[in-house]
Design a protein around this ligand. Structure first.
Ligand SMILES: NC(=O)c1ccc[n+]([C@@H]2O[C@H](COP(=O)([O-])OP(=O)(O)OC[C@H]3O[C@@H](n4cnc5c(N)ncnc54)[C@H](O)[C@@H]3O)[C@@H](O)[C@H]2O)c1
Length: 404
């Protein structure tokens, strides 16, 4: 599999903003082969293939679209199964579907002998992640979870210093991630509903994962209080969440998440994290502004697009297109590095290990190294999501999570 074929299942926001550009950049460098995208509606793949930023960045590149872009309005929710079945074995399926559909898509890919990369959260229950882990291991396949904050250089800096003892022990922390209000107008209103998800499940997992990534601590209990609000289509969602996560050293992280950052607020969202630590007797602190990264612009005219503002605080670190002289534009940022790292991990696995036993040994090593999130080494995320869902449905009472 020198140049694996890549199938992206789901053609929504994350595919447009991060996954497809990262995969196209690898294709342009000859690192991956043919790219396929399978969505539920023809109009989704039609819009994606015509998206102006992507067309400009990747002239001459295209993907094979499922369903037929001419098929417009007829939903084909099970089409991904037959598309996956048409791939030669041991290619790469990237799952970028709404959270509650990840399990069936990931399992379909594994059962068809495909490596898998899944956007976070992998699945919504720990038991499902166990099933995925076993299926992948049995077949010597890679399954990785795309937590791109792990590829933000600042996470690595904090992780290295923390593990060198420079901060002592994490005790109390606060984190926030508020997406813009206009998200309520998007396709989210069809799936981000009370029964399926909530703001903590959707975006809180980033900071839970990051605290573990930096400190190595494991969560032991969650209390998540959610406020129900209406989407424009009348559906109810937990669009505001206040969550406390307790850790196995007694530390507590308070995490607020929502779809509430004002449309006129600067930057695409507001987010950041402060961890107060014991230090060496005088205290220590890690403080990350993950929204304001030192840039502020006042534009002469308002840029196009929902949530765009005259005054802006853009982040150059997650994703942006650079003009390096062509052809097209080069996507850069930790969102791109994350996808690249996961794809290269798959390629390395297949290049290094010829037998099932050898592949399983490499998979164990990937789990143990802990740079990429896998079902085995990041199950605390599913346990937290599961406990958080139980808590939110019970008015925010604390739920202890099982033994990991
Ligand atoms: N920061 C992050 O890491 C981040 C950011 C955004 C989204 N995500 C994750 O990515 C996933 C998708 O989010 P999004 O923002 O792209 O959502 P979205 O609603 O914009 O897109 C979802 C896409 O899935 C498609 N889809 C739904 N059912 C399908 C089916 N049965 N078969 C094929 N396609 C189907 C929809 O048509 C849509 O194109 C979610 O799990 C979300 O949590 C992660």
């Amino acid at each position: 599999m020198a140049t694996p074929q890549v199938l992206i299942v789901g053609g929504g926001m994350i595919t447009h903003d991060q996954i497809l550009p990262a995969v196209y950049a690898m294709q342009r460098r000859g690192e991956v082969g043919e790219v396929w995208v399978c969505a539920q509606h023809g109009r989704t793949v039609r819009n994606l293939s015509a998206a102006s930023s992507i067309v400009r960045a990747f002239p001459g590149q295209s993907f094979r679209a499922f369903p037929d872009p001419a098929d417009g309005e007829q939903p084909q929710p099970e089409l991904f199964r037959s598309v996956i079945a048409h791939l030669p074995p041991r290619q790469i399926v990237i799952v970028a579907l709404p959270d509650q559909l990840h399990f069936k898509a990931v399992m379909t890919a594994l059962e068809n002998d495909q490596h898998v990369i899944c956007v976070k959260p992998l699945v919504l229950t720990a038991q499902e992640s166990v099933v995925i882990e076993r299926e992948a291991y049995k077949r010597g396949l890679f399954c990785g979870v795309e937590y791109h904050k792990r590829f933000d250089d600042r996470a690595h800096k904090a992780r290295r210093y923390y593990r060198d003892g420079m901060f002592g022990e994490f005790k109390l922390g606060t984190a926030r991630l508020m997406e813009k209000w206009y998200y309520r107008n998007s396709n989210f209103q069809n799936w981000f509903t009370k029964e399926n998800s909530d703001a903590f499940t959707y975006i809180g997992c980033h900071y839970v994962d990051l605290v573990h990534f930096i400190t190595g601590l494991l969560p032991v209990a969650v209390s998540s209080y959610g406020i129900v609000d209406k989407f424009p289509n009348g559906n109810d969602g937990y669009l505001w969440c206040d969550t406390r996560v307790r850790w196995n050293n007694g530390a507590a992280l308070n995490l607020q998440t929502s779809l509430s950052y004002p449309n006129e607020g600067a930057g695409p969202n507001t987010q950041g994290m402060t961890l107060y630590c014991s230090g060496s007797g005088e205290g220590a602190m890690i403080d990350h502004s993950d929204q304001y990264r030192g840039l502020s612009y006042s534009f002469g005219r308002k840029p196009a697009g929902e949530g765009a503002t005259f005054y802006a605080e853009p982040s150059p670190d997650y994703f942006q297109y650079n003009d390096l002289g062509g052809p097209g534009l080069e996507p850069v940022g930790y969102g791109v590095r994350s996808v690249e790292f996961l794809v290269r991990t798959v390629k390395q696995l297949d290049a290094e290990a010829a037998t099932l036993e050898a592949r399983q040994a490499v998979l164990k090593q990937i789990d143990a190294t802990g740079v990429v999130a896998t079902p085995a080494n990041s199950r605390y995320n599913e346990l937290v999501v599961e406990a958080g869902r139980t808590s939110i449905l019970n008015g925010g009472r604390e739920v202890e999570i099982g033994k990991i």
